[in-house]
Design a protein around this ligand. Sequence first.
Ligand code: MN
Length: 234
Amino acid sequence: MNTVIPVQPPVVLPVAGSDQVFPVRRVYCVGRNYAEHAIEMGFTGREDPFFFCKPADALMPVADGQVGVMPYPPKTSNLHYEAELVVVLGKGGRNLSPEQAAECVWGYAIGLDMTRRDLQGEAKKQGRPWEVGKAFDFSGPIGPVHPRSLVGTLERGAISLHVNGEKKQSSDLAQMIWNVPESIAYLSGLFELQAGDIIFTGTPEGVGAVVPGDTMTCSIQSLGHLTVKVGNPL
Ligand code: MN
């Protein structure tokens, strides 16, 4: 292909226990998918969840056993962590039933939906899109993909986040308002899903701010840990 500028390499995630990688197509995120988090954000916890996106190249893959370093992003003074289960799709489709959706899951990873909360809050107030709050560079630290064929189908299990060893978030995947098949099925009515699409499934309560020098450790039962340090501003 005779391109006029260089083609960017695909964004790939390491696969745990393997030298293979998972190529990413799109990154979808579910908003307010745990009732207690919706309540802490000022909602009732009874509204339906909803979706937004991050660009694939906003992901920051972290290999097994490594500590990722994300630079503190510009134009914010309120950078928040959101620990999330990420599901990665091995196939897709349109208008999937929850049963069909469940079969699309190739594997799981631990992710952080890092958020410039001050910019997101301003966007909400002004009725503007969320990209400046959610879709910035390095906004999606993510650990290796664990194949569903090895870890099984995750329907419950502890999810937690510690900052500098202090527990900040602690819940269970079973607390999601829309479970994984329901989220995928709903999303497939809005977009045609394809192999390579990944979905951040929402965060439980306890979100808060981090500053340069802080270390976040996110854990999900069966998936191990994702450790990310907040670096200095770029
Ligand atoms: Mn989130």
